[in-house]
Design a protein around this ligand. Sequence first.
Ligand SMILES: NC(=O)c1ccc[n+]([C@@H]2O[C@H](COP(=O)([O-])OP(=O)(O)OC[C@H]3O[C@@H](n4cnc5c(N)ncnc54)[C@H](O)[C@@H]3O)[C@@H](O)[C@H]2O)c1
Length: 487
Amino acid sequence: MSETEHEAASGAGPVSGAGAGPGAGPVSGPVSGAGPAPGPGTAAAPGPGTAAASGPGAARRHVGVGMVGYAFMGAAHSQGWRTVGHVFDLPEDPRLAAVCGRDGAAVRADAERLGWAAAETDWRALVARDDVGLVDICTPGDSHAEIAIAALEAGKHVLCEKPLANTVEEAEAMAAAAERARARGQVAMVGFNYRRVPALALARRLVAEGRLGALRHARFTYLQDWLVDPGAPLTWRLRKDRAGSGALGDLGAHIVDLAQYLTGEAVAGVSALTETFVRERPLAGGWGAGAPGGLGAAGGAGAGAGGAGAGAGGAGAGAGGGGAGTGTSSGSRTRGAVGQVTVDDAAVFTARFPSGALATFEATRFAAGRKNALRLELNGSDGSLAFDLERLNELSFHDHTAPAASAGFRRILVTEPDHPYVDAWWPPGHGLGYEHSFVHQARDLLHAVATGTTPEPSFADGLAVQRVLAAVEESAAKNSVYTPVVA
Ligand SMILES: NC(=O)c1ccc[n+]([C@@H]2O[C@H](COP(=O)([O-])OP(=O)(O)OC[C@H]3O[C@@H](n4cnc5c(N)ncnc54)[C@H](O)[C@@H]3O)[C@@H](O)[C@H]2O)c1
């Protein structure tokens, strides 16, 4: 169904959710209100503008989305924005207004491929566009704070990829900007998309219902293997100035967020070890046989975008400038210029929750054979839960209050209409995948935009994760000394 058809089909009667909640009053602003997209000059008023459309013939409300970065996450988010209005009944439909990259020809080509109406080469121009009411940040961490704060101050809603920032200081500034913007009816969310996997949302529901009793253990691993080859290139993900940290911020951020989301508790303190196994890597291209170029080149963008094309060059885009290069040779392979890896390759840490529960975490890109293995288990006095992202339609649950003779872990196939998000999709047993988490993320954010409620995970939640990451780095620097998380 085209956007025009969508508008016509929904023209009768009030739009659900319109006008409800704080910030949803009759203000006008950069977000398109009822009727056609706002033209130039209609973006001056602060606030996201969610004027209610009601009465016969009223058009659907739209929010114009502007996305910065269009490689791996850009492709995944594009798919979410393209799909969400065709699956969920939304109070506000997204309009893919403009995408931003730094290479004009490349971004124009990808704008068309990914479904964006226009292309920009400067994120400031994207933020300033009248037809953009929501800025979606899919760039490396070194630009998150600057773009997010500018967008919030320009009156836009913001979705920012994880980790929220590269430092606690940046994350604090972002959370403060989001709090100021909240008073104007704007919303800001962090892209911890795994919260939107139905099985994990169900896990949260079961914990909140008390089905596990008193929590004793929480166990999290997030394992990948794309750095096992020492010839894999020095992409931006291996540079502290661009990524903030390595496996810790990339993978560890996800499992710390999940730990806090699932348990409902904030990590109180940590004892950590980190290691960088390969300290020098080629600056571009890699020299190993079949050396991967990182996640984007590993097919993430193309595979996740439903035919949106190959993502090669995405993760590798920032490989240049990785420090002073040297030429070396080893065995039969001639090595070109190399640079220093300035982040961790792996991080392992133990943690305490305020309730007294103990947690363990492991994040690495050196687990040969593990591609995207996010696994977790929670053990409580009344039961246990276990999840594996490689079987993401399933949740294992053990009810310890059941008679011992028949108790034991059982597999819940999370494809029933009563399960979170699932009623909008397919009949029971017809599973979902990785990309659906981005559709659900877009759905939840659009509901928050329409109602003016703070979406979860908020920038405050992103800051809380950043503080745990900082405590991990501090503890690791002190050879695992137990380090409280500064609240
Ligand atoms: N939620 C998840 O599961 C998940 C998975 C992977 C990455 N991420 C996060 O998403 C973010 C992006 O990662 P990625 O894997 O998409 O990286 P990527 O290298 O594939 O893409 C980065 C994009 O940002 C663009 N870019 C960089 N600097 C820019 C600037 N100043 N202005 C405009 N465009 C700029 C690049 O050209 C590229 O299009 C990171 O914060 C990363 O941690 C999240």
